[in-house]
Design a protein around this ligand. Structure first.
Ligand code: AKB
Length: 314
């Protein structure tokens, strides 16, 4: 009998929507409860309206469905978060602490908490950034993620709660749209290219950032959550790398398929955020401890993004 019952908090988001489908495929549609502030009209499966900052609502849903695992994906991202820092802190932290507390009270088997490369700031190495380094985030989103990592570690050490976490780079996928991040340009650019429109990039052409293809991000998440408990030696959050590139490099790759594609650069406040992040991530702990291996090159990603978006948008 399948006893795993999963709650996805923030199932409407860029990663949440794709991860929900992957979990439905893996565990069966009845075993997954998606939740968010509202239900999308085309959603297929079990859904609960949930504001993650409301402890009682969360607790009631967890008890009623007999939830055994929680994937907590709801958060305000780096660029949007800067518009209202105190609200961002409040929402990001309250929702996480609610999930951890419910996890503790209801003896939840496993919790997934996404962290981000936004935990790194100007004191971390820009070149190749190791797992263990100084964390001085430049955004309130990054501060909330770095703090969240420490709370995850605390709940593991203090209560034995099995919380697992990845520091995602920018996630690139055709299935869903991002919302309010600094790495969003790497998805916007494909939407414009496929619609034969010019793209004005909000980052400078040589801004190198760590990214990962959606399929790899989902694979890493499922792999981490399936790994035997004893192999998870990092209880804050694992560095996770896919590849790193600049806007100029991705534009050049797009032009190989869409030669007329035109790009210009008008860096805004997000440039400063991007410059505070590392350019390349060292994920050797993830590779050694639970067998992580990334699969996609910039060429693979560009070809797949264009093909899939052409099917969807044209
Ligand atoms: C963002 O740009 O804020 C996110 C992230 C790197 O966590 N995509």
């Amino acid at each position: 009998m399948n006893t795993t019952k999963i709650l996805v908090v923030g199932a409407n988001g860029q990663l949440g929507s794709v991860l929900t489908q992957a979990l439905q495929t893996k565990y069966g549609i009845e075993q997954v409860i998606a939740s968010d502030l509202y239900q999308k009209p085309d959603f297929n499966g079990n859904f609960e309206i949930l504001d993650g900052t409301n402890f009682n609502q969360l607790h009631e849903i967890v008890v009623r469905h007999g939830i055994t695992q929680i994937y907590h994906l709801a958060a305000i991202l780096s660029a949007n978060g800067e518009k209202d820092p105190l609200r961002t802190w409040d929402i990001n932290m309250k929702a996480l602490l609610n999930v951890l507390e419910v996890g503790r009270i209801e003896s939840i088997d496993k919790i997934f908490y996404p962290s981000s490369i936004a935990v790194f700031g100007n004191s971390a190495p820009k070149g190749i950034c190791p797992q263990e380094t100084f964390l001085d985030p430049s955004t309130v989103y990054g501060i909330s993620k770095a703090t969240g990592e420490n709370w995850a570690n605390y709940y593991f050490n203090r209560y034995g709660l099995d919380v697992r976490s990845l520091r995602y780079p920018g996630v690139i996928g055709y299935q869903s749209l991002p919302g309010g991040g600094t790495t969003d340009y790497a998805i916007d650019i494909f939407h414009k290219a496929v619609c034969d429109e010019p793209y004005t990039c909000f980052l400078a052409k040589d801004t190198r950032l760590p990214m990962i293809f959606m399929d790899d991000a989902i694979k890493a998440t499922l792999q981490l959550m399936e790994a035997p408990k004893e192999s998870i030696r990092t209880r804050t959050s694992y560095n996770l790398a896919g590849l790193s590139f600049t806007p100029e490099e991705i534009a050049a790759e797009i032009k190989k398929i869409i030669p007329n594609f035109a790009i210009s650069y008008e860096p805004d406040f997000r440039q400063q955020i991007a410059e505070s992040w590392p350019q390349v991530i060292d994920d050797k702990e993830a590779k050694a401890e639970w067998g992580w291996q990334s699969n996609y090159t910039l060429k693979d990603i560009t070809e797949t993004m264009i093909l899939k978006l052409q099917e969807q948008l044209t």
